[in-house]
Design a protein around this ligand. Structure first.
Ligand SMILES: [Zn+2]
Length: 186
């Protein structure tokens, strides 16, 4: 019995607790089709909040729609440049981003990755051992939450720091920004 118990503990330890984050409007101030680092402004309090979550044992994955690529407004290389820069700033704050996944398509492409489809989440579940029950999605739009729910994550939070939230979603808490995350995850 003792050995069985130990194995169960081990499995629980291996499965990651993830905070899935939308990027624009959650991590940085919403800008229509952000293409320059100069326009990337971190949401106030983000580093402190992420340290709080890190202390609770969570790791971070960014999941972001970037249809500006398919629309030709910026390139894959432009996106990567911003992504690398952003991660370097997090690193300076002693925060690691486990992964950042983006969908480069536009709605008409009908891909499986663009939120509200769950493709980017499913990709993460294949790549990492993740506990869905102990993971959360933080987004600023209905489609973020719809994608997360479709992927089987039932812990979701909406923030008002991005796109205006015209309609809430039943049973989904809404906070002003990630700065207030301790009110929901504790
Ligand atoms: Zn896509």
């Amino acid at each position: 019995m003792y050995i069985v118990h130990q194995k169960l503990v081990l499995i629980n330890q291996v499965k990651k607790k993830i905070i899935f984050l939308d990027r624009d409007g959650v991590i940085n101030e919403e800008v229509n089709y952000l293409r320059n680092i100069e326009d990337f402004v971190f949401i106030e309090g983000i580093f402190k909040s992420m340290h709080y979550l890190k202390e609770l044992g969570y790791e971070f994955i960014i999941i972001t729609n970037q249809s500006g690529i398919a629309r030709g407004l910026y390139s894959e290389a432009d996106y990567k440049k911003i992504d690398l820069w952003m991660k370097s700033v997090f690193k300076k704050h002693n925060l690691d981003i486990l992964d950042s996944i983006h969908c480069p398509h536009k709605p008409e492409d009908d891909c499986n990755c663009r939120k509200p489809k769950p493709g980017m989440f499913d990709f993460c579940f294949q790549k990492y051992s993740i506990s869905k029950e102990n993971s959360w999605m933080i987004g600023d739009s209905k489609r973020d939450i719809e994608a997360s729910l479709a992927a089987g994550i039932n812990n979701n939070i909406l923030v008002r720091s991005g796109h205006p939230i015209s309609e809430g979603i039943k049973n989904i808490p809404i906070i002003d920004s990630i700065k207030e995350i301790h009110e929901v995850i504790n």
